[in-house]
Design a protein around this ligand. Structure first.
Ligand code: ASP
Length: 305
């Protein structure tokens, strides 16, 4: 059974775009890339792509990755600047280099080679205003000489200002692909990288299932959340139960677990989601749900359709 699932209400647009490809016999790889590009190309989105909030220095640094579960090929870019579609750059890393992950300046250079480089990047007016406002507040706060506290205060305040487009799809050939893309933690330190481009943390796929995460990257990455979900699927649980088990595991651990959400999909085309927040909304389409559906899962609970 074909299916596609994506994080957050903005995932509705993403799954529609990916579904058009799956429906016409296209691959999960093309569907996931197209879904994510749809959101990257929406400059009104403040947490994905070049419309996103910048880092503390006012530059947009993007993270993205894609993983093909049938071949275990993966591509990832982190802290890359001047790229509108980092997911496509991640795919280029996967298909055209011997590497899995390229960061920073090297990724930007690669973008030039693959025609994905954008010369001039202007912050969206609202993103610029917000960055300037926070910078002014940080700089006008009482300072101690030689202290970096005001920077840390500004960074700490961005803590919950972020989201990721995470997407997982399965095609007619039962190939499962996971991908994600984000501008990351708003007003982060220069060079900060979250979970999204890290295989096993922000995303994972194999022939049993796939998962993609969103939330506070610092927490998601220490628990390897996506790999954890797929482990449960691999051990025989359907995607919704695997999601529930993963959240129960996180709640049991009880440390560094706030703001973790994810979507999951298994080889039978069943999907699920989990969250350590009160609730989490995501979008899905499949052979059974041929209209885009916005669904919600409650903290610690199994998805009810
Ligand atoms: N996980 C992303 C990051 O930490 C942001 C998010 O999904 O909310 O960069």
């Amino acid at each position: 059974m074909k299916a596609i699932i994506a994080t957050w209400p903005f995932g509705l647009k993403a799954v529609e775009s990916g579904w058009r490809i799956l429906k016409n016999g296209g691959s999960a790889l093309d569907a996931v890339e197209a879904s994510i590009r749809e959101i990257e190309n929406d400059f009104s989105n403040r947490s994905v792509g070049l419309g996103g909030y910048p880092n503390i220095a006012g530059f947009i640094e993007l993270d993205a990755a894609i993983m093909d579960g049938s071949t275990f090929r993966a591509g990832s870019v982190a802290a890359v600047r001047n790229v509108q579609n980092p997911i496509s750059l991640a795919r280029k890393v996967m298909e055209n280099t011997p590497h899995v992950m390229i960061v920073g300046e090297g990724a930007t250079k690669l973008a030039k080679i693959f025609g994905l480089y954008v010369e001039k990047v202007d912050l969206q007016p609202e993103a610029r205003m917000e960055w300037e406002r926070r910078l002014k507040a940080a700089l006008s706060a009482p300072q101690q000489e030689g202290s970096i506290n005001f920077w840390m205060k500004m960074v700490a305040e961005g803590r919950y200002n972020h989201d990721t487009i995470g997407c997982v799809a399965i095609d007619d050939n039962k190939n499962i692909v996971a991908g994600c893309s984000t501008s990351g933690y708003a007003f982060k330190l220069v060079g900060r990288v979250g979970d999204s481009p890290i295989i096993g943390s922000g995303l994972y796929a194999n022939s049993f299932g796939g998962a993609a995460a969103t939330g506070l990257g610092e927490n998601i990455m220490v628990h390897n959340v996506s790999r954890k979900v797929v482990d449960f699927i691999e051990h025989g649980l359907p995607a919704d139960e695997a999601a529930e088990k993963t959240v129960q595991y996180l709640l049991k651990i009880g440390k560094r677990i706030d703001h973790i959400s994810f979507v999951s999909l298994d080889k039978d085309g069943l999907f699920g989601a989990g969250t350590t927040e009160e609730s989490f909304e995501f979008a899905a389409m499949s052979d059974v749900f041929s209209e885009p559906r916005l669904l919600k899962v409650e903290k610690g609970a199994r998805l009810r359709l």
